[in-house]
Write a protein that binds this ligand. Structure first.
Ligand SMILES: Nc1ncnc2c1ncn2[C@@H]1O[C@H](COP(=O)(O)OP(=O)(O)OP(=O)(O)O)[C@@H](O)[C@H]1O
Length: 273
């Protein structure tokens, strides 16, 4: 694994959008990735602050998921830097970034299909508590760990399915479980990539309500990639627009929604008339 890079964040943190007095929990500076000749994320400089939920929007192929991959460390950048709480994590892998506070719901790839719903969340609770698989610790804290896992399942309205095998769950339930696991890891920075995609109409409010609650805990920094404009309007404190990999608008929802570039590049293309 690449050695830690201890360089401090630039004196003036990359700053876009509203500028709260707080230090950014997450910042990217000139973040870029090229696939052959195609620049999928193009020199994105942005800072994200505790207590703010930022929705990243943009047309299909704009680079939203790729930007998330660069931030969480799933993908190596061609250029640019990523900072978590002022620390340069650009050369750290995804696991190290997770330990430093970046939490991401991973399109179901983090689930263990042959374990029960409860077991999946229990592993996340144990991981957060640093309990690992040591048998003595496991026994002594078993009840507490289970209680916490049950708490997170209740938050996503899945307590009744605690004993179901994950592989047998509906897509919507798997995505809710993913959110429960993310919450159980208690990250400072939460990244959701279209969390309600593929969910049935009655499942969507559970997840949106949960994101509302996370946002209400003012110390969390939340990034959300979302296509549905009603969701964007309901949740966003700030909107960042990516287009052809570049950041083209950033600000308060009302301002960004009104901007010509958003009307032309995004809303006009995706909103029903
Ligand atoms: N591993 C890869 N190799 C080559 N090209 C890639 C790779 N990953 C992404 N791309 C390209 O980068 C661009 C951005 O893709 P990305 O999935 O980030 O867009 P997006 O904004 O998340 O789109 P959507 O809203 O459809 O999910 C696209 O042109 C995509 O084809």
């Amino acid at each position: 694994m690449a050695p830690d890079q201890q360089a401090a964040a630039p004196a003036a943190a990359p700053s876009t959008g509203p500028a709260p007095a707080l230090a950014p929990a997450l910042a990217t500076e000139g973040l870029t990735v090229r696939f052959g000749g195609h620049v999928a994320v193009d020199a994105v400089t942005a800072a994200f602050y505790p207590g703010t939920l930022t929705v990243i929007v943009g047309p299909n192929g704009a680079g939203k998921t790729t930007y998330f991959n660069l931030v969480s460390g799933q993908l190596a950048a061609s250029a640019g830097r990523v900072f978590v709480n002022g620390r340069d994590v650009s050369r750290l892998g995804a696991a190290r970034r997770t330990r430093l506070g970046i939490g991401r719901a991973f399109q179901l790839t983090n689930l263990f299909p042959h374990l029960s719903v409860l077991e999946n969340v229990r592993l996340a609770v144990q991981s957060r508590a640093g309990i690992g698989m040591h048998m003595l610790s496991l026994c002594s804290s078993h009840r507490e760990v289970i209680a916490r896992a049950e708490h997170y399942l209740e938050r996503v309205a899945m307590a009744a399915k605690r004993d179901a095998w994950v592989g047998t769950l509906s897509h919507g339930d798997q995505r809710k479980l993913e959110v429960a696991i993310l919450l159980a890891l208690e990250p400072d920075i939460l990244m959701f990539d279209e969390p309600t995609a593929g969910m049935s109409v009655d499942e969507v409010p559970v997840v949106l309500d949960l994101i509302h609650q996370v946002k209400a805990a003012r110390n969390r920094t939340v990034l959300l990639v979302e296509h549905k404009m009603d969701v964007v309007r309901a949740l966003a404190d700030r909107i960042v627009v990516l287009h052809n990999g570049a950041l083209v608008a950033d600000g308060k929802p009302a301002e960004v929604m009104r901007s010509t570039i958003v009307q032309e590049a995004y809303l006009g293309a995706t909103e029903p008339a």
